[in-house]
Write a protein that binds this ligand. Structure first.
Ligand SMILES: CC(=O)SCCNC(=O)CCNC(=O)[C@H](O)C(C)(C)COP(=O)(O)OP(=O)(O)OC[C@H]1O[C@@H](n2cnc3c(N)ncnc32)[C@H](O)[C@@H]1OP(=O)(O)O
Ligand SMILES: O=CC(=O)O
Ligand SMILES: [Mg+2]
Length: 548
């Protein structure tokens, strides 16, 4: 370390589009630099630990409830902070990206909460990342407006708007358009989590509190309780920095990795001053199962994506444990996303989607969940009806304990007794969906309706990781086709031949990424990491002028 350390800073290494200076103010960048001073090193340690943990599973180690944290699990006395103002009743939450139109539509939707998503549903182009922050800034100040190409102007007209719960990107991602230079003069890309969280918190925490709500977050893709501790420390540091009372932030943690399912109590405990609940993030959870057990033999091979439902035993074990853990600790249990979406052009598709969503939400409400997610505004009445039927006038059912639930470690990963059937159609569908989703993502559209299903980063991860696993485990389809690399290549060519191409589509790049993440021997931990590095980064020399 030099005897006269230079101040650390965060600098902008990208074009400043219209109004970006309202978000990337010197003060906001300085706040990001302080967050990185405190937490960038710990983030790196956590990421290194993720690699070690994954390697251990790969080498045959079974996950277990941690002996060293048994006291936390066994202590019946502690509770979490619980809902902040505006989070008491979360029976239906709409999720979606934060472009201005979706923001306004979500705020007018009638849902109780809006998951403003910078994660699974957002392609992290520079425009989307800072544009999303601008939408939120404007929404919170009641001034958001949008006019589409046809001249239709969108405004927020609802009397009661949903409580905003923002979801920053996960710890694994970087934001290369912002550079962090530490006190020793080393420059690295900023942490995407700290950027998304930090900018939102810095600009909006006080305004949200003045509106009677608060700075609320969904935390994605946590793998263990030490990552929860890191987030908790980020919250406490940020509350102190902005002189906001400790415990104002609320976090709802997605339990969407297999390892986190073994540490639900511990995650809530680490975040107990800030925790509002847990969410059953089913799509990433399935992806995490495949990713971690992909090399553990055929008994860990999951069937066609369409067959992996919430009623198979290992998925039931996970959701039952989640509800039980939450209610024991005074936390809300929030259900997940049914991927079926309605079509305003096709009443039959809509009827099918509503029936599937009804079933899913009825099961969740009956199991004790306090609320749930929907992907589309037209699903809100259906989801609400199922929760109204169980909750009635009560805002939630946190008081409903589930003492009869006894989930063992083995049940969480026991894939025996389920079908492992893979079909030709399942292979084709994974190739087609993954390719088309990645193409959309590369164009900056992070959630898409494909074949009447909602697809986002989490669902696309399932498709590509299944292809990888099926190839590497030498699976033969029920029709007798050996799923080799050559076979998947042939399917890919076939899908590409059948596409409606345009001059500016990104299918060539999408094909390149799909090959990288599904057809190589190496298994990238997230498809978004190489896709971002290859195609989404548009860096210009850092601007010293806006450095903090
Ligand atoms: C695994 C997970 O993490 S799940 C959570 C992350 N995923 C998501 O959040 C997906 C959210 N959903 C969506 O993005 C969209 O519903 C899609 C992409 C699936 C489908 O969107 P579209 O093709 O636009 O659907 P459709 O044409 O039927 O939309 C009708 C209207 O509803 C609006 N709408 C649709 N979904 C949403 C939403 N989630 N939030 C707000 N408005 C929405 C559309 O903007 C459109 O508005 P308009 O009539 O003013 O143009
Ligand atoms: O984020 C939610 C999921 O299902 O993944
Ligand atoms: Mg997810």
């Amino acid at each position: 370390m030099s005897p006269h350390p230079i101040p650390s800073k965060v600098t902008v290494a990208a074009e400043l589009h219209e109004r970006f200076d309202e978000i990337l103010t010197p003060e906001a960048l300085q706040f990001l630099a302080r967050l990185h001073d405190q937490f960038a090193g710990r983030r790196q340690e956590r990421l290194a630990e993720r690699m070690r943990a994954r390697k251990a599973i790969e080498n045959g180690r079974d996950l277990r409830f941690l002996p060293e944290t048994a006291a936390v699990r066994d202590d019946a006395s502690w509770r979490v902070a619980g809902p902040g103002p505006g989070l008491e009743d979360r029976r239906v939450e709409i999720t979606g990206p934060t472009d201005p139109k979706m923001t306004i539509n979500a705020l007018n939707s009638g849902a109780k909460a809006w998951l403003a998503d910078l994660e699974d549903a957002t392609s992290p182009t520079w425009s989307n990342v800072i544009g999303g922050q601008l939408s939120l800034l404007d929404a919170i100040r009641d001034r958001i407006e949008f006019t589409n190409d046809a001249g239709r102007t969108y405004r927020v007209t609802a009397e009661q708007t949903p409580t905003i719960v923002m979801r920053p990107r996960g710890w694994h991602l970087v934001e290369k358009h912002l550079c962090y230079t530490d006190r020793a003069g080393h420059t690295r890309p900023a942490s995407a989590s700290l950027v998304d969280f930090g900018l939102y918190f810095f600009h909006n925490a006080t305004a949200l509190i003045e509106k009677g709500r608060g700075p609320y977050f969904y935390l994605p893709k946590l793998e263990n309780h030490l990552e929860a501790r890191l987030w908790d420390d980020v919250f406490t540091f940020s509350e102190n920095a902005l002189r906001i009372p400790h415990g104002t932030v609320r976090a709802t943690v997605l339990i969407e990795t297999i390892s986190a399912a073994f540490e639900m109590d511990e995650i809530l405990y680490e975040l107990r001053d800030h925790a509002a609940g847990l969410n059953a993030g089913r799509w990433d959870y399935i992806f995490s199962l495949i990713k971690n057990y992909r090399d553990r033999g055929r008994s860990y091979v999951l069937p066609d994506r369409s067959e992996i439902t919430m009623t198979v035993p290992y998925m039931r074990a996970y959701t039952e444990l989640l509800v039980q853990t939450c209610h024991k600790r005074g936390a809300h249990a929030i259900g997940g996303m049914s991927a079926f979406i309605p079509s305003r052009r096709d009443p039959e598709i809509t009827a099918q989607a509503l029936a599937k969503v009804s079933d899913d939400k009825r099961r969740e409400a009956g199991d004790g969940f306090d609320g749930t997610w929907v992907a589309h505004p037209d699903l809100i009445p259906t989801a609400r009806a199922e929760f109204d039927a169980v909750l009635g006038d009560r805002p939630n059912q946190v008081e409903r304990q589930r003492p009869e639930v006894h989930v063992t470690a083995a049940q969480l990963t026991d894939l025996s007794g389920i079908t492992h059937t893979v079909t030709d159609a399942g292979v084709r569908s994974n190739v087609s969906v993954a390719l088309r989703y990645i193409e959309s993502w590369l164009r900056g559209v992070g959630a898409a309706a494909l074949d009447n299903l909602m697809e986002d980063a989490a669902t696309a991860e399932i498709s590509r990781s299944q292809l990888w696993q099926w190839i590497h485990q030498g699976i033969v389809t029920s029709e007798g086709t050996a799923i080799t690399r050559a076979h998947v290549e042939a399917e890919l060519h076939d899908v590409i031949r059948g596409l409606d191409r345009s001059l500016d589509d990104r299918f060539d790049d999408a094909e390149n990424i799909l090959r990288m993440v599904a057809l190589e021997d190496d298994f990238p931990t997230f498809l978004t990491i190489p896709a971002y590095a290859h195609y989404l980064v548009d860096v210009v020399p850092a601007r010293e002028a806006v450095a903090a």
